[in-house]
Design a protein around this ligand. Structure first.
Ligand code: FAD
Length: 501
C-alpha cells in the first residue's frame, strides 16, 4: 500500500514538553521531515517542573545524551525518592524510595515477610529500613546502582532534579543540531480545513503563517489547538484532587544537598522542596477553597531553609485531563493534555510516555483513526492510574485538624482506587492496574507510610522459619548500612561527576 509520509511537523510551544517532543523527533526524522517549533516571546513557559521519575533516564538514554554534560548543563542533582512529612498524621515521616525492599524470598515479595515479622518480633524496624534508597537518602549519600553488592546496589533506582529552563535549552540545542527549526512568534489564529476540521496552519501576530501535516500542541494549560480549535473537552478531577493553586519560589542552596524531594503536608495542601546544584526550588500546592493566597504564601516563606531568591510566583490549574489528547492531526503533549498535581513528579514522565507513544503510533498523512484511538487509550489509562495513586495520598489521611483534610478523608474516590486500598488492607496484596506506571514498592511505601495495616499476609510466608527469616533480613539490613556507609556524599558524587564532563 502506498504511504503518505508526514512532510512537516509543527510543534506549538517551547516549554519542557515542546522541546522534549522536538528532540527525539529530530533525532529520528530531522533529515527527511521538516520540524518547526514555534514559541512565543510574550507568553512564557510555566517555569516549574524540576523533579522527575527514574524513567527520565530511558528518555535521556534514547537520545544518547552525555550524562556528565547533562548533569552540568541542567544543574541537576540526583533523586532517590520523596520524603513525606506530616502526611497521614501530623508528626508522621516516611520515605517513598525508588526501588524495592529487598529481593523476594521463595518468590514472595519482601513486604509480606515484614508484615509477618512485625507480628512476631517487638521493635521491628520500619519497612523502609529494608530499602537501600531510603537509607542512602537518610545519610545523604549517592552512588550509581550496580551489581557490586547483589541485593543492595541493584535494588534501587534514581531520577533527577533539574532546572526546567536549562533542560529545555539543553534539548533545544540537541534538536536544532539535528535539523529542527525554531520560530519566535505568537499564534493568534488557527486555520482548519472547512470539511475535515483538520488543522492546516497557524497564523502568527506578525502576519506569518506556518502550515504543516502534523501539529503537536505543547502550548501549556491553554491548549491552543487541542481545545481552542478542536474542542477536545476536559475531564475535571477537582472533586478527588481539590488543590488548584500553587506558589513557587527559589531559595539559596543549603547543605547537605539532599538526594531526594521533600513533601510536607500543610493545612490545605503541601510544600515541595527540590534541591538543585545552584538553588533549591520550593512551592506550595494548595486549594484556594480552604485557605487564602496570603496564608499559603506565608506558609511557603516560613518553610524555606535558605534565603528567598525571588518573590513567590502564583499559578492556577484545574486537575484533570483532555478527553482525547490526539484529535484529527493534533496531538497534545504536556500541560495542554492535562495536569495531575506534582505530588509524585509525574508530569514530565507523562510527557515521556506521550512522546514515546506518538513515535510508536506515528501516523502518515492518512491519519488512520485507529492510531489516535490507541494513543488515547494508552495515555488515558496512564493519567487515570496516576490520578488514583495521587488521590490515595489524600484519602488515607487520618488528619482532621483542618477543613481541607476532613474533606479529603470523606471524599468519594474512583472504584479502581477503592479496590486497591481494600485489597491491601484485607490481604497485603497490591493491585497494579497499569504496569507501566507506579509498581508494587511504590504502593507499599505509600500504603504502609500512610498507616494502612493489612489484616493478612501471603499465607505461603508461614512455610518459612521465622527466626531464620529474621536473621536473613537483619543481615540484609546490615549489608545495606555497610554498603551505604562506603558511598560518597551526594555533593561529593555530583562534584566529581559534573567535573568529569
Ligand atoms: P509551558 O511550560 O507552559 O509551555 C508552553 C509553551 O507554549 C511556551 O513556550 C509558550 O510560549 C507557548 N505558547 C503558548 N501560547 C502560545 C501562542 N499563542 N503562540 C506561540 N506560543 C505559545 N512536572 C514534573 O514532572 N515534576 C515536577 O516537579 C513538577 N512540578 C510542577 C509544579 C507546578 C506548580 C505545576 C503547575 C506543574 C509542575 N510540573 C511538574 C509540570 C511541569 O511544569 C510541566 O509538565 C512541564 O513544564 C511542561 O509544560 P509545557 O511545556 O506543557 O507548558
Amino acid at each position: 500500500m502506498q504511504q503518505n509520509p508526514i512532510r512537516k511537523i509543527v510543534i506549538v510551544g517551547g516549554g519542557t514538553a515542546g522541546w522534549m517532543a522536538a528532540a527525539p523527533l529530530a533525532q529520528r526524522m530531522g533529515k527527511r521531515c521538516e520540524i518547526v517549533l514555534v514559541e512565543s516571546p510574550d507568553i512564557g513557559t510555566i517555569g516549574v517542573g524540576e523533579a522527575t521519575l527514574p524513567t527520565i533516564r530511558f528518555y535521556n538514554a534514547a537520545l544518547q545524551l552525555d550524562h556528565a554534560d547533562f548533569i552540568k548543563k541542567t544543574q541537576a542533582s540526583f533523586k532517590l525518592g520523596i520524603e513525606f512529612k506530616d502526611w497521614g498524621h501530623v508528626g508522621n515521616r516516611f520515605f517513598h524510595g525508588f526501588g524495592d525492599f529487598g529481593p523476594p524470598v521463595n518468590g514472595i515479595q519482601a513486604h509480606h515477610y515484614w508484615l509477618r515479622l512485625a507480628r512476631s518480633f517487638d521493635h521491628m524496624p520500619a519497612l523502609e529500613n529494608w530499602s537501600t534508597a531510603s537509607i542512602m537518602a537518610r545519610e545523604n549519600k549517592f552512588a550509581m546502582p550496580s551489581d557490586a553488592q547483589p541485593g543492595v546496589t541493584d535494588a534501587y533506582s534514581f531520577g533527577y532534579h533539574f532546572d526546567a529552563g536549562l533542560y529545555a535549552a539543553f534539548l533545544r540545542d540537541y534538536a536544532m543540531a539535528r535539523g529542527a527549526k525554531r520560530v519566535e512568534g505568537t499564534i493568534t489564529s488557527v486555520d482548519q480545513h472547512p470539511e475535515t476540521g483538520f488543522v492546516t496552519a497557524v497564523r502568527l501576530a506578525d502576519g506569518r503563517t506556518l502550515d504543516g501535516d502534523l501539529f503537536i500542541d505543547c502550548s501549556g494549560f491553554r491548549g491552543l489547538l487541542i481545545e481552542g480549535a478542536l474542542k477536545a473537552g476536559y475531564d475535571d478531577w477537582s472533586e478527588h484532587l481539590p488543590c488548584n493553586s500553587a506558589l513557587a519560589v527559589p531559595c539559596a542552596r543549603v547543605e547537605p544537598l539532599t538526594p531526594y524531594t521533600r513533601s510536607t503536608a500543610k493545612g490545605a495542601g503541601w510544600l515541595w522542596r527540590i534541591p538543585l546544584q545552584h538553588r533549591t526550588g520550593n512551592g506550595h500546592v494548595y486549594s484556594d477553597a480552604f485557605t487564602t493566597d496570603d496564608k499559603a504564601r506565608q506558609d511557603l516563606l516560613d518553610g524555606l531553609d535558605g534565603a528567598a531568591l525571588d518573590e513567590p510566583r502564583q499559578l492556577r490549574f484545574v486537575t484533570g485531563k483532555r478527553k482525547k489528547s490526539w484529535v484529527k492531526n493534533v496531538v497534545a503533549i504536556g500541560l495542554s493534555a492535562g495536569f495531575v498535581e506534582p505530588l509524585e513528579s509525574t508530569s514530565i514522565s507523562l510527557i515521556e510516555t506521550a512522546v514515546g507513544t506518538l513515535i510508536e503510533q506515528f501516523p502518515d498523512r492518512d491519519f488512520r483513526p485507529e492510531l489516535a484511538d490507541e494513543f488515547n487509550r494508552i495515555i488515558g489509562s496512564r493519567y487515570e492510574s496516576i490520578r488514583d495513586f495521587i488521590v490515595m495520598h489524600y484519602k488515607l489521611t487520618k488528619r482532621d485538624d483542618t477543613e481541607f483534610w476532613r474533606y479529603c478523608a470523606n471524599m468519594t474516590i474512583p472504584d479502581s482506587l477503592a479496590h486497591q486500598i481494600e485489597l491491601f488492607r484485607e490481604t497485603g496484596r497490591v493491585a497494579i492496574l497499569d504496569r507501566d506506571s507506579f509498581l508494587l514498592p511504590s504502593f507499599v511505601s505509600m500504603l504502609v507510610g500512610l498507616g494502612v495495616e493489612p489484616k493478612r499476609y501471603d499465607p505461603f510466608v508461614d512455610d518459612v522459619d521465622m527466626r531464620q527469616l529474621h536473621g536473613h533480613f537483619a543481615g540484609l539490613r546490615d549489608l545495606i548500612v555497610q554498603t551505604v556507609a562506603k558511598m560518597p556524599s551526594h555533593s561529593a558524587y555530583l562534584e566529581k561527576n559534573a567535573k568529569a564532563g
